[in-house]
Design a binder for this molecule. Structure first.
Ligand SMILES: Nc1ncnc2c1ncn2[C@@H]1O[C@H](COP(=O)(O)OP(=O)(O)OP(=O)(O)O)[C@@H](O)[C@H]1O
Length: 232
């Protein structure tokens, strides 16, 4: 499963033009300063922003040609966006339900995913009772439970209190490294990018300024921002 995208956006005076190829099982971090266009790029991959050109292909087939419910794109955003009226279990079961699973089967799958993200004991809780870090774990479980072909994450550690961050980062690393499809992560946090990604794509002013493994970028950073990525 290969993601091959040419991401083009025009929000004058800002414009974005980024070529992105992500292989199956590869985790790519779009890193860059605030306003560089990272979120716009991710939203274009997801079909959430209107492109001004370009394409998004998954194994050579246009992703947007599928109806939104059948694109199999999993997302974890800054805001966990859980359904507040549903239990934690039913939030996670929502993914398998959308794919046609019956209630029992969806809940069994959701229970297994909740255990995987360390929240088995909170299955009956409501989202309002969770910390931000726990809510992000639920959001991750909900995305993965839907069996996505592509996984997209936008600043998944944003808003998580400092003491809880390392554990959530480890959890993300474990799950992202097991994910079979292409995975794209947006972050402005250098430590997060280096810890989670196989490859860094550094974006500044709407264009790629560097593309390489964290080690390659550390050895030969091409911009001041890229240098910061691996020295902090
Ligand atoms: N829908 C939109 N309409 C107009 N301008 C937009 C729109 N979406 C994004 N932009 C502009 O595109 C530029 C890039 O924004 P984007 O959010 O993609 O950057 P970013 O790298 O993700 O930064 P941050 O980390 O601060 O979110 C900004 O100048 C923003 O104002």
């Amino acid at each position: 499963m290969m993601l091959d995208a040419h991401l083009v956006a025009a929000y004058p005076p800002f414009s974005l033009d980024v070529r992105l190829r992500v292989a199956a099982g590869e985790v790519v971090a779009l890193a860059g300063p605030s306003g560089a266009g990272k979120t716009t790029a991710l939203r274009l991959v997801a079909g959430l922003a209107a492109p001004a050109g370009g394409y998004v292909l998954l194994d050579g087939a246009p992703l947007y040609a599928r109806p939104p419910g059948r694109r199999s794109v999993g997302m974890v955003l800054r805001d966990p966006l859980l359904f507040s009226h549903l239990s934690v279990l039913d939030n996670v079961a929502f993914g398998p339900r959308c794919r046609g699973a019956g209630t029992g089967e969806a809940r069994r799958a959701a229970t297994a995913w909740l255990h995987d993200v360390g929240l088995g004991a909170l299955a009956r809780a409501r989202p309002g009772e969770l910390s931000r870090e726990q809510a992000q774990r639920v959001a991750l479980a909900r995305s993965l439970a839907a069996g996505p072909r592509v996984l997209l994450l936008d600043e998944p550690l944003a808003g998580v209190a400092d003491p809880a961050r390392p554990e959530l980062r480890d959890l993300l690393r474990r799950h992202l490294s097991c994910f079979a499809g292409p995975c794209v992560l947006v972050t402005h946090d250098p430590a997060e990018a280096a810890a989670l990604a196989d490859r860094l794509v550094v974006v500044e002013n709407g264009a790629i300024v560097q593309d390489g493994t964290p080690e390659e970028v550390a050895r030969h950073p091409r911009t001041r921002y890229a240098a910061r990525l691996t020295t902090s």
